[in-house]
Design a protein around this ligand. Sequence first.
Ligand code: CP3
Length: 351
Amino acid sequence: MENNTDHILINAIKKKPIKRTPIWIMRQAGRYLPEYKETKNEAGGFIKLIRNPELACEVTLQPLRRFDLDAAIMFSDILIVSDLLRMELKFVENRGPVFDYPLSTQKDLDRIGTPDDVDKLEYVFETIKLIKSKLDNKVPLIGFIGSPWTVATYLIEGDSSKKFNKVLKILKDDEPFIERLLEQITTISIDYLQKQVSSGVDITMIFDTWGSLLNGQEYEKFSLKYIKKIKKSLDLNNIPLIYYSRGLGNKLEYLDGLDADVLGVDSSLDLKIIKEKFGTKFSIQGNLDVDILKKDEKIIIEEVEKVLSSFGHGSGHIFNLGTGITPDIKPEKVKLLVNILRDISPKYHIE
Ligand code: CP3
């Protein structure tokens, strides 16, 4: 069915021998690219851009025209799934996602009732099909969801204040509400990711950005448990799954039971330590600090070398940043990074 078996990124995930280390960049379509800002304006804003398959496809392809990247990631957002709960996602420039009526009690969930059918997100599936037709199988396409916990933090906080006071208080006071909400998001996320797969994505990814808010046992109970449930319920038919989280330093032991192909980590972790801990259980994605891209070429070369040598020799590493690229990075620096990696990574793959 798929003829993507020869993509270098898929081969890295499968730990098959490759000649260099593949790279893609979280948020590779985004505000650091002037052409993205132009297309966003043309669409009438971020949410309208996501809901417009032609233009969402266009911004997905923009970074691939500029740089030799090894994957495309569909242009969307993890919070789009809120559409199925009839929660209106707004996006305020320089403030981020906002929900005017955040959730805080069982009554709010009663009011929502049964979620809408996943077909409501047809614009996403349309976007995937368009991107696939334009990519011509040159690089694989990544589809994604947010973890139920990470999505829930936004639905409860109502904005991206990053303080999380409200969600952490509710977690203490009303566990049944949190669990019901997480179950709800889990159910719709399974349908949503499954439909991304049947629409053509080649790789799936779960962003569990705020899993690290939770201490170890809570992390298992409120985040990993639902991710495992999603994984079990999906029919992926050999399509790989990337799990990404931040600040996993003291939580690695909880990942033993996670059935994912790739572990994506931020810059606070040493790839060597993950490799030592898990052996070949996971391939690893990451983890250059995005701020390094503000430095000059010499420093970038040194830091890329550090990431590569931390992983060490052989297949199983996908190069990426530790977090999404920020609007203050110059596109030329991304070009430089991709070129540096092409120059220096082959020596880590010679048999
Ligand atoms: O990586 C890509 O290029 C694909 C698209 C993508 C976006 N968001 C587009 C986006 C993906 C995979 C995401 C994931 C996402 N969204 C996460 C998890 C990953 C992470 O960054 O930790 C989270 C937590 C969100 C929610 C979200 N979306 C926030 C908090 C914000 C505001 C902060 C910010 O970075 O601007 C967004 C906005 C957002 N999502 C933008 C883009 C391109 C910027 C929109 C704009 O102003 O044009």
